[in-house]
Design a protein around this ligand. Structure first.
Ligand code: NOJ
Length: 497
């Protein structure tokens, strides 16, 4: 190479390395799924019925095309293929969940299904062989039907049954599992399942049941965390956390009212669950707002169940780390005047008081469950909000992903989404110093997307749902993500915005 060529190549390296951003060696990369969305084998090998089996079989009209998860991606039989896909991806970890009713068909510990236990042991051993760390969610929305019949998450005693189940899982799988997550996205379960009715069990009492469910789930989480502390931590030396989520909200304008609306939107999702765990008790504005509205609406007591002092202490501090899910951002304005307490309808939406909109310049998913927009800046903002409000706890991204047509193998829109979102978490970690230690993409593969059935896919891998083999085919995004994991670096990530 002549001198000019040498100088020129230095220039090229200089320019490209300017935007190259590398993560530390200990940063964990992974992919995520959940039991009900992938396993299938809904009534074989001793598994008991769960609330989603019941919901999809009895109310097929509630799911697009009347689909159900009886077979799903058939991962009960094809788990080795899934683990191989994770291995080829280069994943350091796999976030998946256990099916409560596969292990305990009636939800209670008097009847343990050994075949179910063996299945999970096999998955864990297969992961161990490939040196992939399991991050295990105990509960991802698939409540055993017998517990649903006792009132489900409206019944605070279900927290004790959850604790029994969690304790059993620690003892059965704790030698393999060092990262536990108690509950997945309680706000989604409590709102869609008990508030809007779009998810199982389909209740539409968002002004009351959504908060009952939140109350019970927080107790369930806390009891399971404490059981680990008391009985397993010394021997197993693992970590226990919970998975929380919010849509990020930016104020629609610079007005104070819009700023308040954006803050409330976050408080009614992340705050509702994070405040009791990281600070203690519900957020004060949530207590005040629901209390005032309840009185105006003729209730004797607040629709928000009050924690006793003992419960506040039980829940406070129950985390070793936090799992966070982020998908998208919306704009917020107040729905009604904040001081208007008269004639406000009973409901979570009116309590929260947020009118959502979006910026028409944002790229929108062509198929999604909700208005899913590609807004990476919201990811960084959410991570900062959590760090600032909850004392910068260790955080792992347990879900982040993009939905598009299930048969799209050349999924350039997902690649675009990943590119922007990884750059955003890089900035949160290395510029803003958020205590972030890993990232899981949702999802490893297309799967049963709850009320959307199989009409959209979040997967890095496509699954042929028309074939009995459920043939798996990696998409372009799988190879893109594989390259990032291998290099541990982002090629283009400017810190300027
Ligand atoms: C969050 C849920 O945890 C997961 O089950 C779902 O598939 C994704 N969001 C995408 O909607």
């Amino acid at each position: 190479m002549n001198l000019l060529g040498f100088v020129f190549s230095l220039f090229i390296i200089g320019v490209s390395s300017k935007c190259q951003r590398c993560f530390g060696e200990d940063f964990m990369w992974g992919a995520a799924t959940s039991a009900h969305q992938i396993e299938g084998a809904w009534n074989t090998s001793g598994k008991g019925e769960n609330v989603w089996d019941w919901f999809t079989h009895n109310y097929p009209e509630k799911v697009r095309n009347g689909s159900n998860a009886d077979i799903a991606t058939d991962s009960y039989n094809k788990y080795q293929e899934d683990v191989d896909l994770l291995g080829n991806l280069g994943a350091n970890f796999y976030r998946f969940s256990l099916s409560w009713s596969r292990i305990l068909p009636n939800g209670t510990t008097n009847n343990i299904n050994q075949e179910g236990v063996d299945y999970y042991l096999n998955v864990l051993k297969a992961l161990q062989e490939k040196n992939i760390t399991p991050i295990v969610t105990l509960y991802h929305w698939d409540l055993p039907i017998s517990l649903h019949e006792m009132g489900g998450w409206n019944n605070p005693l279900v927290a004790d049954y959850f604790n029994d189940y969690a304790t059993l899982c620690y003892s059965l799988f704790g030698d393999y599992v060092k990262y536990w997550l108690t509950l997945n996205e309680p706000i989604s379960q409590c709102y869609y399942g008990y508030g809007s009715g779009g998810h199982a069990p389909g209740y539409t009492e968002s002004g009351t049941m959504t908060y009952m469910c939140a109350y019970t789930q927080l107790l369930a989480h806390a009891k399971a965390y404490r059981s680990y502390n008391e009985t397993f931590r010394a021997k197993q030396n693992g970590k226990v956390g919970i998975v929380l989520v919010t849509l990020w909200y930016e104020p629609a304008t610079e007005s104070d009212a819009d700023k308040q609306a954006a803050e409330w939107a976050i408080q009614w999702a992340l705050g509702l669950f994070g405040h009791p765990i990281f600070i203690g008790n519900w957020p004060q504005m949530v207590i005040d707002r629901i209390g005032n509205l309840s009185v105006a609406q003729g209730f004797n007591t607040s629709r928000l169940p009050a924690f006793t002092e003992t419960e506040i202490e039980l829940i406070k501090g129950t985390y070793d780390y936090l799992g966070l899910n982020y998908y998208t951002t919306l704009l917020a304005s107040p729905l009604l005047d904040f001081t208007d307490y008269e004639n406000v309808t009973v409901g979570y939406g009116y309590d929260r008081n947020v009118l959502s909109s979006y910026d028409p310049s944002w790229t929108q998913s062509p198929v999604s469950w909700v208005t899913l927009f590609d807004v990476p800046a919201g990811f960084r903002a959410m991570l900062n909000w959590v760090a600032n409000n909850f004392g910068n706890p260790p955080v792992i991204i347990t879900e982040n992903g993009w939905s598009t047509y299930i048969d799209l193998l050349n999924d350039t829109d997902r690649i675009q989404y990943i590119k922007g979102h990884l750059c955003s978490i890089y900035k949160a970690k290395y510029v803003d110093k958020v205590n972030l230690f890993g990232y899981a993409h949702w999802s490893l593969m297309d799967n049963f997307e709850w009320s959307s059935g199989y009409s959209e896919g979040f997967g890095l891998v496509s699954v042929d749902f028309t074939s009995p083999n459920r043939t798996r085919t990696p998409k372009a995004s799988y190879y893109y993500y594989q390259k990032i994991i291998k290099s541990n670096c982002l090629e283009h990530c400017s810190l300027n915005n």
